[in-house]
Structures are given as structure tokens and as C-alpha cells.
Ligand binder design. Structure first.
Ligand SMILES: Nc1ncnc2c1ncn2[C@@H]1O[C@H](COP(=O)(O)OP(=O)(O)OP(=O)(O)O)[C@@H](O)[C@H]1O
Ligand SMILES: [Mg+2]
Length: 362
């Protein structure tokens, strides 16, 4: 990246005390465990990883909706972690978030007019007639009638509620928006419409997105670059095309293999579960945290934690065997399955017709 990035995250950490019921604090859950990220103005960075890998915590910690334990966050040259009170509120005008579940994110007792207008009112940017006009404009921008203003969130469908959430996030014309799985709670038939809306708004306003999703295919559709998270860390980061064509981390390869192709007739044959379970962030495996699930793992991987390093210009990966992983011929769109199960899999688990039901729900 050439110019100074809009957002620079270094060594960010956030741990939670796991709840142990009666006796208070339990062991530490290292939800975000030393993350570095850069985001340029107007750029879309996709953030993918399995459930529990720390994506939401990372997004919220960047905005200081949860207070980080350690690390640095610079936004447009400003040290975000040093800000207090009014200064922090002022910066929040420029950094917004859209939540996964629009129903719980919108106060059911407020009309849309108040929900979308609130940020403008709080920051003293509009009131009275001007506020009303601005809310109407925002609603139109997200594909809702201005008359929606006088209704309550419960009167809308899930997709429409997410449009309201997006209008609210965009009300202050932010430079950066965290989108935390903005379509995963929505009906599949609605998801594409909302994704298209987000893409259109991003292009129109040149806003930067941190787009969080489980689904690599979805992220690949709209992100300039992709960061892959595993157990609280970024294990690979590169331009979207590079991630798809030349993944250097076995976990990324596994995510690609687990993603169904666009043609649903081949989905069943192509979609592969990632072997093993994601370990607990309380009990991080020694060495490379992915080694218990990794077909490439050798003695070094069991002992030494690989740092995130450049394997090519603009392409970072945290894998001792990145060269070998990359050099193995692998065509994500066309060939058979990548050799993920190569040394360890029992043939029966790798056969498409015996893939567990959970993985064949399409
Ligand atoms: N407030 C909290 N208290 C305790 N543990 C938490 C808290 N928030 C998150 N965690 C734990 O931190 C880890 C990361 O959670 P996080 O929600 O960030 O993951 P995620 O990648 O967003 O998952 P998902 O894909 O399911 O949304 C998990 O182990 C989770 O249980
Ligand atoms: Mg999450």
C-alpha cells in the first residue's frame, strides 16, 4: 500500500474472562490475540473465519465498542485509543457499524424517523425540517419510501430493517463502516439485494468497509482484499484474487474448499468440511494453532508459532510451509478437491456422498 492507510491496526488484543458461574472470573478467552490490519480510504477489506475466530470482537474493538487490552489503532493519523469523551464521539461520526441482526440493533420503541435521524440530532448536524428532509433522502438512498419514516421497525421485513440499519450507519457520511455479517440473518432471497445495495453505496460514497462474513464466496464478491482469521489472529491477508488463486495458508485453502461453487448442481461434490473442530481460544494449541487440523503440519508446526510474514508483495501468511502449500497445483474453480485430507483423512470422510448432512444442506 502506498499512501498512509485510513486505518492502521497493530498488535490489537482483547481477552474476556470466561464466565464460570458462581465463582466469578474463569480462564481468559483470547478473542483477539495480536491483530495487524491496514485499510485504505475507500477500500473494502473482507474478514472471514469460522465462528468464534474473533471477527466481531476485532470489529468492535477497532471502534472501541469493546475496549481493547493492548495494541494500537490509528484512524486517519489519529491515535484512537488515546481519545476520550467528546473527542471519541467526534471520531465516531466517521466510523460506524452495521450489525448482523437488525431486529435487536434497532430500538423497537422508536419510529424510523428517530432511528435514522438520531445520529444527526446527537451530533447537532440537523434538526426540524432539515432533519426530516435528510432522513427522507437517506431512506430513498437505501431503497425505502420516505413514508417509512412514520413507522416502527416491527412493521418491516428483515431485509427492510437491515436497510434502516444501513441508513442509520450512513447518516453521518462515515469514512469507515464495519459490516458485521450484515446479511447472514436474512432470507437467502434477500441477501443479494442487500449486498448489492452495500456495493452501490460503497461506490457512490467511497466509504471503506470492513466486511465480516463466514462465507468466503460472499466476501470475494465485493472485497478488494481479504483477511482470514483463525483463533484470534489474522493468518493470511492478500488481494481477493490472490487469496482465491494462490492461497498460502492451509486454513484458507480449507475455507475455499468448503465454499460451494456458483453452480449448485456441483455444490455437493465440491463442498468440503474442514476436518476437526476449531480449538478453544482458552486453550490455544502450542506452535501453529492450526496444526491439529492441518495436513501439512510437521514437527516445527507443533513447536513454533509461525509469524505473519510477506510471501509476496502485499501477500501475508502465517505458515511455516507456505511455499509448499502455494506450489501445490490447486485450482479453486475447476479441479477436484485440493489435497487437504491428503495424509490423514479416512477415505470415507472425503467422499462427497457421505459428507455429513450439515454440509449438504444446499
Ligand atoms: N463478551 C464476551 N465475554 C466472554 N467471551 C466472549 C465475549 N465476546 C466474545 N467472546 C468469546 O470470544 C471469542 C470470539 O468471539 P467473536 O464473537 O468475536 O467471534 P466471531 O468470529 O465473531 O464468531 P461468529 O462468526 O460466531 O460471529 C469466542 O470464543 C467468544 O465466545
Ligand atoms: Mg461475529
Amino acid at each position: 500500500m502506498t499512501a498512509q492507510p485510513l486505518l492502521e491496526v497493530r498488535g490489537l488484543r482483547k481477552a474476556f474472562a470466561a464466565s464460570t458461574g458462581l465463582f466469578g472470573r474463569g480462564p481468559l478467552v483470547r478473542a483477539v490475540d495480536g491483530v495487524d490490519l491496514d485499510l485504505a480510504a475507500g477500500e473494502v477489506l473482507g474478514l472471514v473465519g469460522e465462528s468464534g475466530s474473533g471477527k466481531t470482537t476485532l470489529g468492535r474493538a477497532i471502534l472501541r465498542l469493546v475496549e481493547p487490552d493492548d495494541g494500537a489503532i490509528r484512524f486517519d493519523g489519529v491515535d484512537v485509543r488515546a481519545l476520550r469523551g467528546r473527542e471519541l464521539r467526534r471520531l465516531r461520526r466517521r466510523m460506524q457499524i452495521v450489525f448482523q441482526d437488525p431486529t435487536s440493533a434497532l430500538n423497537p420503541r422508536l419510529r424510523v424517523r428517530a432511528l435514522v435521524g438520531e445520529p444527526l440530532l446527537v451530533h447537532g448536524l440537523a434538526r426540524g425540517r432539515a432533519l426530516r428532509d435528510r432522513v427522507a433522502e437517506l431512506l430513498e438512498e437505501v431503497g425505502l419510501e420516505p413514508s417509512a419514516m412514520d413507522r416502527y421497525p416491527r412493521e418491516f421485513s428483515g431485509g427492510q430493517r437491515q436497510r434502516i440499519g444501513i441508513a442509520r450507519a450512513l447518516a453521518l457520511r462515515p469514512d469507515f463502516v464495519v459490516l458485521d455479517e450484515p446479511v447472514s440473518s436474512l432470507d437467502v432471497s434477500i441477501q443479494a439485494q442487500i449486498v448489492n445495495l452495500l456495493v452501490e453505496l460503497q461506490r457512490r460514497h467511497r466509504v471503506a468497509y470492513l466486511f465480516i462474513a463466514h462465507d468466503l464466496a460472499l466476501v470475494a464478491h465485493l472485497a478488494d482484499r481479504v483477511a482470514v482469521m483463525y483463533l484470534g489472529r489474522v493468518v493470511e491477508q492478500a488481494a481477493t484474487r490472490t487469496i482465491l488463486d494462490r492461497p498460502a495458508h492451509p486454513y484458507t485453502r480449507a475455507l475455499i474448499a468448503a465454499t460451494p461453487p456458483p453452480d449448485p448442481r456441483r455444490a455437493r461434490a465440491r463442498r468440503m468440511p474442514i476436518p476437526g473442530e476449531i480449538p478453544s481460544p482458552i486453550d490455544r494449541p502450542a506452535g501453529c494453532a492450526f496444526h491439529p487440523r492441518c495436513p501439512w503440519a510437521d514437527a516445527r508446526c507443533r513447536e513454533q508459532d509461525p509469524p505473519l510474514v510477506a510471501v509476496a508483495e502485499g501477500h501475508l501468511a502465517a505458515c511455516h510451509r507456505a511455499d509448499e502449500v502455494q506450489s501445490e497445483s490447486f485450482d479453486a474453480t475447476d479441479s477436484g478437491r485440493p489435497p487437504l485430507h491428503r495424509p490423514t483423512a479416512k477415505p470415507s470422510t472425503a467422499r462427497p456422498d457421505t459428507t455429513p448432512g450439515k454440509e449438504t444442506d444446499r
